[in-house]
Design a protein around this ligand. Sequence first.
Ligand code: GDP
Length: 170
Amino acid sequence: FIMQTEGVIVVGNGQVGKTSMITRFAKGIFTNEYKKTIGVDFLEKRTFLKDVGEEVTYLLWDTAGQEEYDAITRAYYKGAGACILAFSTTDRDSFDAIESWYKKVHDECGNLVMVLVQNKVDLLDEAVVEAKEVETLAKKLRLKLYRTCVKDDLNVSEVFNHLGNEFVKN
Ligand code: GDP
């Protein structure tokens, strides 16, 4: 029995809900260790993946607020086994930026497990992206798409379970 540890980064423009997503999922141990060394927030969460019958410990790096600092974000990417590409239903720029985030992560990490997340689906009335174009982008980048509402805890654990299952399988 091997305890798997998976580094997960959540990437995307500011204000899409990255910090909220991590804290919502983890509600776990907060450690300043990484913050001191490389300037990032870091949370740890242990989960049992019933689909594969294995336990996985997620190390969750929060790049939020430092989206502009290439040197810092590169440091996170190094330890990552999985990546959440996140954008907001109400922020067109955040959707338009997904491909460049994808390229950036891909260039740094190669083929790690990635997933596309449309957050803030509670605000569909104010949506500035159409469902169809989101699906088209997911297909183009060959990513599984999840629509989440971190605020109401909708689909958040599903995203992490998917990443965990894929990670353990590989
Ligand atoms: P980050 O900059 O990407 O880390 O984004 P934050 O986690 O700081 O969230 C930005 C803002 O969006 C905050 O005010 C959050 O409360 C809010 N937010 C996050 N998720 C949701 C959601 O699912 N629905 C709504 N309505 N607001 C959200």
